[in-house]
Write a protein that binds this ligand. Sequence first.
Ligand code: ME8
Length: 511
Amino acid sequence: MSDRVYLTTPLYYVNAEPHLGHTYTTVLVDTVARFNRSMGREVVFQTGTDEHGDKIAEAAAAGNAQPRQYADRVAGIFRDTWDECGISYDHFIRTTDDYHVTFVRKMLARIHEKGDIYFGKYGGNYCTGCERFYADRELVDGKCPDHLVEPVWIEEENYFFRMSRYQNQLRQLLDDSPDLIRPAGYRNEVLGLLREPLEDLCISRPKSRLEWGIELPFDDNYVTYVWFDALLNYLSGLEHCRPKDSEAFWAEANHFIAKDILKPHAVFWPTMLLAADLPVYRHLNVHGYWNVGQSKMSKSLGNVIRPLEMRDRYGLEGFRYFLLREMVFGMDSAFTEDAFVTRFNADLSNGLGNLVSRVLAMQKRYFDGEVQTGGQRRPEDRELAAAFSEAETRAVEATEGLALHNALEEIWKALAATDKYIVETAPFKLWKDESAHTRVGTILETLCDALLHTARLIAPFMPETAARIGALLGVEIGPLAHPTPMWGKNFRKGHRVSEPARLFPRIETET
Ligand code: ME8
């Protein structure tokens, strides 16, 4: 891995407010960004909003607003939500930003000059939800498989991107870089699409039908919107915020999306880049869908999960933990409040939270909070250190491979080893024997070391919890790039830790 990485979320449509699905991708990329920073890499993390097109114009009209006014309001809600959730993005882009509009027009002109954009007449089945045409074979029972509605037949003169010309090059690219699209299941899906002839891509709308888009540089009667507009954000935003070294970041571009927008990202986008003589991104990382219970999340079903409501009810850290622990990257997951509460109580309240308060309580009770340094280590102490060292190696490897749920599982194995260490060394029993007090001090110092290691490992996943544990221990939590804190060397003589605190009060449910 290079020392620079560029990480992106999709640009979310402003016709809906942030929900569980948007939050998952954003929290996932935030975690990957924090992890990479902790590994000593320089990160650019970009998110933002997709604001042009029919859907947005319709939503604005429904609320009696001008599209721009409406987009300003909802883009603000997205940005504020991510700020309130502590998302560590470096750049927030809106497709209505001037620099982006200029960039899109420049790319359109370049590809048009090359002869890869032509004018033609076309009729086809259009899904407004997806903002793209569907070939008959892609429809299921005549309906868009994603939105389950019949597409509308649209026939008009428009501009087309000669995508078909790049079919072989794209196939070659997928052969040359087997990990371009991850996990492999989605790569295979794309290879499947490429077995059929690739159609050209309609990239315009006449202004007579849609004004809310970016005017074509070569025909002011037409606008472009959605895909030819939005996909270019990944480059326009990077060049805008890193004008001097955007190429180096682009070489390590990692897009994160859900499977719903696989085709635009795996087919439209790389062929657009090939046509513009630009290098293709490094990885397209595709995750599955969150369903709510057995159903798709939807406004009409009234089962939309909103991030700030979850924060107010349970706290953000628990929500982050659940999302990252529960979803296997690439697979679908079901969200239920019951599953959330069960995991929260088991892993956070009884698990991590209980361990932290137990260790600090013993430290307080036996030594008035003062860490007893310099004691003799025993094999069981070294075994616990080894469990953490193994957890670190495995968690780092799993996170690099996007198996974040495995990374957390590995860290929780180290927590289980710590609980077992407490049971087996039994400091609360030893304390009854005065001659064993020195040993109890060493056991507790080992446990404080374990908490420090825990904080360091969970920091990308639960940054606030890691910071709280660091503050309770009264020590800096170093990044993963620094040498691992040495057991028995982290606390100076006379150092005091804080009084115990409850990090994750148990969620009581009415039964
Ligand atoms: O498609 N489960 O925007 P969008 C998991 N503007 N992830 C989900 C999800 C769910 N149930 N629902 C949404 C667009 N997402 C275009 C993208 S990019 C240049 C333009 C997440 O608001 C997931 O990341 O419909 C998905 O790919 C994205 O939101 C779609 O967001």
